[in-house]
Design a protein around this ligand. Structure first.
Ligand code: GDP
Length: 461
C-alpha cells in the first residue's frame, strides 16, 4: 500500500477551545515528528497521547497534544496521528501548511472514510452511515445511522447474498456438466429461497418510507378555509418547540417549512408561508395551491371550523386532496366557542360524506385543548411505520434503488425458474441479482459510484 499521507482539519472550521487535525498514511509519524518538539513520535507506543509543540523551523506555532495510532487498529487502518491544538482557524491553517511542506498532502472530501472502506475496515453502507451520523439532527436519525454503522444493513444484505451465491454456484456447476443433464440445484428449494429473499427485500424497501421520515422528516400539510385557525394552530404547535424550531427557505421564494420535533421524530410543516402572517387571513387558498402542498405531504391535517355551519366546501376540498398513501387527520377547530353537541355533529357530517378513514380530533388552539392529541397522532404515524419494519431501516436513496433493482432481478429469476428457461439464462439472472445486492455493501462498485458517494463527505471525514 503505497499511498500518500493525507491531512485535514477534522473539527468544524471556526473558533473553538480545541481543534483537531488528522493525519493518515504510512509516513504520518515521520512527518509529524519532523515538526514536533517533544518525545520522538516514531518511538512511542501506539494509542498514546503526547504533549509538545508544533514548530515551523525554530518558531513555535502552538502548544499541542498529539495522539499516535499505529496501523492497523485505526479508523483508516493506516498509521494515523491526531493533533489537538488551540482551536483557531489561523493556527489550523499554519499547522496544515507545515504538514504539507514536510510531505503530507491535503485530504480530499471523504478521503479518510474512503480509505477505511478501501482498506476493508468498513463496507460501503457503513461508510455512508458515517455521513448520515454526522448529518443527523434528531434522535431517530442518529439511532438509525448508528445501527447501520454497526453493520445493520450490511448484515442483512450479505446474508441474502450468501444464500443466493450458494445457489448460483450450483447452477454454474450444472453449466459445467451441461451435457450430462444433471440438476445440482434443487429447483423447489431455490424457489423457496427466492421467496424468502423477496419478502426480505420488500420489507427493506418498505422501511425506506420510515427511513425517509426520520432522515428528512415526515411532511405535514395544514389545510383549511381562510379563518379555520391554521396559523393559530401552527403557533400552538410550535410554541413549546420554539427553541428547536427552525425555518428553512424552500425552493420557491415564498415556501417556508417549519420543523417540529415530537418524541424525537421530525415533522416538516410544508409551506407555512402566509400562515404566520395574520394580515394575510383573507388569502383564499385555492384547490390548485392546496393540491400542490398536499402532493408532497405524508399527512394532511385538515381544519374545519366548528363554529361555522356549512361544511360542503370542506368536504369537496378534502375529497379532491385525498390519495391512497396520504394519512388524513381532520381537526374540528375552535371547540372552546361551541357546545359538544355541535362538534359531534361536525364529525357525523364528515364521516357520512367522506368514505376514507380519518382521525378526528377536536381542538382549540387558543385554549391549547387537545393539541397534545394531535401531536400524539402525528408521532404514532411514524412509530407505526417503525414497528412494522423491525430494526433494519433503509435511509439511503442509493440503497433504495439498488434494492428495487435487486427485487426486479430476483423476480426475473423466479420467472426463469418457473418457466424452465435454459440454465444459461437462469445463471445470468442470478448473477444480475447478486451484483445488485453487492452494490449496496460495495462488493460490486465502480469508481464513478465511489467518487460520487465520498465526494458528499466533508473534508477531514
Ligand atoms: P387561518 O386563516 O386559517 O390561518 O386562521 P387564523 O389562525 O388566523 O384564525 C382565524 C381567527 O380565528 C382568528 O381571529 C383566531 O384568533 C381565531 N381562532 C383560531 N383558532 C381559534 C380557537 O381555537 N378558538 C377560538 N375561539 N378562536 C380561534
Amino acid at each position: 500500500m503505497n499511498q500518500d499521507t493525507i491531512c485535514a482539519l477534522a473539527t468544524a472550521n471556526g473558533i473553538g477551545a480545541i481543534g483537531i487535525i488528522r493525519v493518515s498514511g504510512e509516513r504520518s509519524f515521520e512527518i509529524v515528528n519532523k515538526i514536533f518538539e517533544g518525545k520522538n513520535l516514531e518511538k512511542v507506543d501506539t494509542h498514546t497521547v503526547h504533549y509538545g509543540f508544533i514548530k515551523e523551523e525554530n518558531e513555535v506555532i502552538d502548544e499541542v497534544m498529539v495522539s499516535i495510532f499505529q496501523a492497523p487498529k485505526t479508523f483508516t487502518t493506516e498509521n494515523s496521528v491526531e493533533i489537538s491544538f488551540h482551536g483557531s482557524p489561523y493556527i489550523a491553517k499554519k499547522i496544515l501548511e507545515v504538514l504539507i511542506k514536510n510531505g503530507a498532502r491535503m485530504a480530499k472530501a471523504g478521503e479518510f472514510t474512503m480509505r477505511a472502506f478501501m482498506n476493508g475496515r468498513i463496507d460501503l453502507s457503513q461508510a455512508e452511515s458515517i455521513a448520515d451520523l454526522i448529518a443527523s439532527d434528531n434522535e431517530a436519525s442518529r439511532k438509525v445511522a448508528l445501527n447501520q454503522l454497526k453493520g445493520g444493513i450490511s448484515k442483512e444484505i450479505s446474508f441474502l447474498r450468501g444464500d443466493l451465491l450458494n445457489f448460483t454456484s450450483l447452477i454454474e456447476l450444472e453449466l459445467d456438466f451441461a451435457e450430462e443433464d444433471v440438476e445440482f440445484a434443487d429447483r423447489t428449494a431455490l424457489n423457496q429461497l427466492l421467496n424468502r429473499i423477496e419478502v426480505k427485500l420488500i420489507s427493506l424497501i418498505d422501511s425506506f418510507q420510515y427511513g425517509n421520515a426520520i432522515k428528512n422528516g415526515t411532511a405535514v400539510a395544514i389545510i383549511g378555509k381562510p379563518n379555520a385557525g391554521k396559523s393559530t394552530l401552527l403557533n400552538a404547535l410550535l410554541k413549546e418547540e420554539r427553541a428547536i424550531v427552525s425555518s428553512i427557505a424552500g425552493t420557491t421564494r415564498d415556501t417556508i417549512e417549519e420543523i417540529l420535533h415530537i418524541k424525537g421524530n421530525a415533522f416538516r410543516l410544508i409551506d407555512t408561508a402566509g400562515l404566520r402572517e395574520t394580515e394575510d387571513e383573507i388569502e383564499a387558498i385555492g384547490v390548485k395551491k392546496a393540491k400542490e402542498k398536499v402532493d408532497t405531504a405524508d399527512i394532511l391535517v385538515y381544519l374545519a371550523d366548528a363554529s361555522t355551519t356549512d361544511f360542503s366546501d370542506d368536504i369537496d376540498m378534502i375529497k379532491s386532496l385525498l390519495r391512497d398513501d396520504l394519512k388524513l387527520i381532520i381537526c374540528a377547530t375552535k371547540i372552546d366557542e361551541v357546545l359538544p353537541t355541535k362538534y359531534d355533529l361536525v364529525e357525523s357530517v364528515l364521516r357520512k360524506e367522506i368514505d376514507s378513514e380519518f382521525d378526528f380530533i377536536k381542538i382549540s388552539a387558543v385554549e391549547n385543548q387537545n393539541i397534545q392529541d394531535l401531536k400524539n397522532e402525528l408521532s404514532s404515524f411514524v412509530e407505526h411505520m417503525k414497528s412494522e419494519e423491525g430494526n433494519v431501516v433503509i435511509t439511503n436513496q442509493r440503497h433504495f434503488e439498488a434494492l428495487n433493482k435487486s427485487l426486479d432481478s430476483v423476480r426475473k429469476v423466479e420467472e426463469a425458474v418457473s418457466s424452465q428457461i435454459t440454465t444459461e439464462l437462469l445463471a445470468y439472472e442470478l448473477r444480475n441479482a447478486l451484483e445488485y445486492l453487492g452494490e449496496i455493501s460495495g462488493e460490486f462498485s465502480n469508481d464513478e459510484v465511489l467518487g460520487n458517494i465520498f465526494s458528499k463527505f466533508c473534508i477531514g471525514k
